[in-house]
Design a protein around this ligand. Structure first.
Ligand code: HEM
Length: 149
C-alpha cells in the first residue's frame, strides 16, 4: 500500500471510530433517558428501568423473589409520582380537573401494580405477564393525556 493510501485508510478508520463515539451516547439518550427534566420524570424513568428488567423474567417463576423486589420498586416510584404535578398542568385552563384526572389515572396504575404483585405472590406467572403487557397501554394512555407534547 502506498503511503498516501495508508494515510487515507487511517483517516477513514479514525472518522468511523469518532462518529461511533459521538453517536452512541445520543442514541442511548433517545432510547433510555437517565435523568429527567422534572422530579416526576425522574420517578417515571426509575420505574421504567425496573420494568425493563421485570419484562425479561416475568414468566420465570424461579425469579419471583427478585420480580417482587422490582415490582415494589416500581410501586414506590409511582407512589412518589402520584403526589407530583405534571409539567403540563401549568398550561391547562382547568388545572383542578387536570390534576384530579391525573390523580385518578395514577390510582388506577397503582391498583394494577398491586394486582400484578398479587399474581406474582401466587406464582401465577402467565397472568402476571399479561398484566405487565397491559401496563404498556396504561403507560401510553397516561402519556397521551398528561405528558407535555
Ligand atoms: C408502566 C407505566 C409507566 C411507565 C413505565 C412510565 C414511564 C415514563 C417515562 C420513562 C417518562 C420519561 C419520558 C419518556 O421517556 O416518555 C415518563 C414521563 C411522564 N409520565 Fe409516565 N410512565 C408510566 C405511566 C404513566 C401514567 C399512567 C401517567 C399518568 C397518569 C404518566 C405520566 C407521566 C408524565 C406526566 C410524564 C412527564 C413528566 C412531567 O410532566 O414532569 N405515566 N413516564
Amino acid at each position: 500500500m502506498s503511503e498516501l493510501r495508508m494515510r487515507k485508510f487511517w483517516l477513514m478508520a479514525f472518522a468511523i471510530v469518532m462518529s461511533f463515539a459521538i453517536c452512541a451516547p445520543l442514541v442511548r439518550a433517545a432510547d433510555d433517558k437517565e435523568k429527567g427534566a422534572t422530579p416526576l420524570e425522574d420517578e417515571m424513568i426509575a420505574a421504567n428501568k425496573a420494568m425493563k428488567t421485570l419484562k425479561t423474567q416475568i414468566t420465570d417463576a424461579s425469579k419471583n423473589q427478585l420480580s417482587l423486589q422490582l415490582i415494589q420498586e416500581m410501586q414506590q416510584h409511582f407512589l412518589a409520582a402520584k403526589r407530583m404535578e405534571p409539567a403540563r398542568a401549568k398550561k391547562e385552563t382547568d388545572k383542578a380537573k387536570f390534576l384530579a384526572d391525573y390523580r385518578k389515572a395514577m390510582i388506577n396504575l397503582m391498583s394494577e401494580m398491586l394486582k400484578l404483585e398479587s399474581a406474582v405472590v401466587d406464582n401465577k406467572n402467565d397472568e402476571a405477564a399479561a398484566m405487565l403487557k397491559n401496563l404498556n397501554k396504561i403507560k401510553s394512555d397516561g402519556h397521551d393525556k398528561f405528558q407535555e407534547e
